[in-house]
Design a protein around this ligand. Sequence first.
Ligand code: ADP
Ligand code: MG
Length: 623
Amino acid sequence: MRNQIAAGEVVERPASVLKELVENSLDAGAEHVDVRLDNGGQALIRVQDDGSGIPADEIELAVTRHATSKIRDLDDLENIRSFGFRGEALPSIASVSRFSMTSAFEGRAHNVTVEHGRLISSSPAALHKGTLVEVSGLFENVPARLKFLKSPATELKRAQDWLTRLALARTDVAFSFCAGEREAIRFLPGQDLKDRLAQVWPGLIVDSLRPFDATRHGIRVHGMAAQPNVSQPRANRILLFVNGRSVTDKRLLAAVREAYKGRLTSRDYPQAVVFVELDPREVDVNVHPAKSEVRFRDESAVFSACLSAVQRALETSFGREGGAIAGPDGIEQDSAQTRLSGVPLPRIEPQAAPSRPQGFWGRIDEPLLMNARRDEARDAGDDDWTVVPSSRDDAPVPEAGFTPFPSAAVQEQQPPLAEASAAYGAERGLEEEPSAKKTPMAGMAYLGQIASTYLVMRDAEGALVLIDQHAAHERVLYERLLAGAYAGAGQMLALPMEFPLHPAEAERLQGIRARLIQMGFGMECSEGVLVVRAIPPILSMGEARVFLQDALADRKDDITAMLKSMACKAAIKAGDPLTRDEAEGLVAQWLGTPDHEFCPHGRPAVLRWDAPALEKLFKRRQS
Ligand code: ADP
Ligand code: MG
């Protein structure tokens, strides 16, 4: 019972079993560790090593009772250098599985089997060297825990992730990892850190890694840091190790990000491996049963040691080599292209890359194009390459508040819409569909815009109607995306965007590729790099990049969520002033869209008050 309770702390899933077993192998001085998982580890987790082995009479104790051979006195406990020291892992695992341990010691081998915590057999066995542990039927006696396991593929991935972390920390040891009969990964002896990273990270990222090694306040921080131009959108690819132990630690993570500050946007994470080595007495690894969290006696010393080590790597290696362009505020803004491809590319001349060449209605629209002013404000921050200059840039933005129409002043400043669309169409070699200038609005009359957000209308029955422009446009775009209206109609990029892919992202891409193409992306994938040549006409380049990063990072868990997110990104925002033409165009599109009363997230897109409702509001009548 006690073991089962303890098991809840150390043994959450196959990956944690793997971690405990492989750490034991490393503690035993193994030079080779071979791991196999069947059915994501639920059926079998098998770890074999060539370590020191364990005497026959100690095996039984080690697997049935909290026993450790690693701590002999209190001073040892202060000065922990081994992975394990609590002696609780094996009994915990054995209490929630069918467990077998065979170990060779001084030429004799012995096997012990335990089922759900009960000793079943203990007998001499045949094994040449080291230790072999087999864990079968994990959690079959703890259905509650079984329920929390994810799919075998996911559990397998987590386990492989842990093995990789251990293999990165111990490059002197050889590892293999099999999924059933299939060898998923093998780390050869004699590889260095970069060799091993090359097996798990995209080549583009590995090529940009720079080593660092610095000691400060007696704390040594070493490892490798990737150039900022190959940043990625997830935090979990900063691998942190403290005294050889893979850890998660917010302070260390913050120190690494701080080192990149000014070189990355706030939503990009750098890619780095950081090893912190310090006196074991300066760090408490006993915070968490799985020892994946640590507590430093002097946090700020560790923070500054880490910060300065990584910073130095960035400065000496590539800080002055170009690839980052100092912005007006002193913040280096590496161009998004540089950031994605790792290769500095010539900056695009402004005219070459209109962020929204067709207005945000896309090609199936009438020539009711928006001007691009609002895009610039939004994109300028992180995408200095998506420049949309135009003569209308300096058109004054109407004040927020009620903007009555017709307003000659505002309308004059808009360029002739047909002209704008003709120019874009010519550039892309596309014919614009001819269409009527006025679109039917079902008897609706446009009265004006409130707070640059709500369109004020009078409908055919004379009722007052307010339309939320963002919600309405979102619905229009969403329905079109659903219908695949942009498939093959993407805007070609003058220079393709490149995304180095992690294996998980490549896998994810396989699953969503057809959908992305239907949305208007044009792409190909080779040698772990996704090359995007066309993007949906409704997105700017910056938006498309963020969208793809999110989609590949699995942030959108299903397709409709992806479509909603794209529609939302592309839609007019609240606060965007609209001209009369634009407002009427939107309303016409919106009226022709199914389910138009709500935005895709379920918020209302329209409110309506007829004369009786207004009378009630003004207390002219009671009911
Ligand atoms: P801990 O690692 O905290 O000591 P464990 O429950 O993980 O506790 O292991 C119990 C003991 O079993 C270890 O202290 C070690 O003596 C022995 N042991 C476990 N695995 C191995 C192995 N692969 N090779 C040699 N000895 C092992
Ligand atoms: Mg252990």
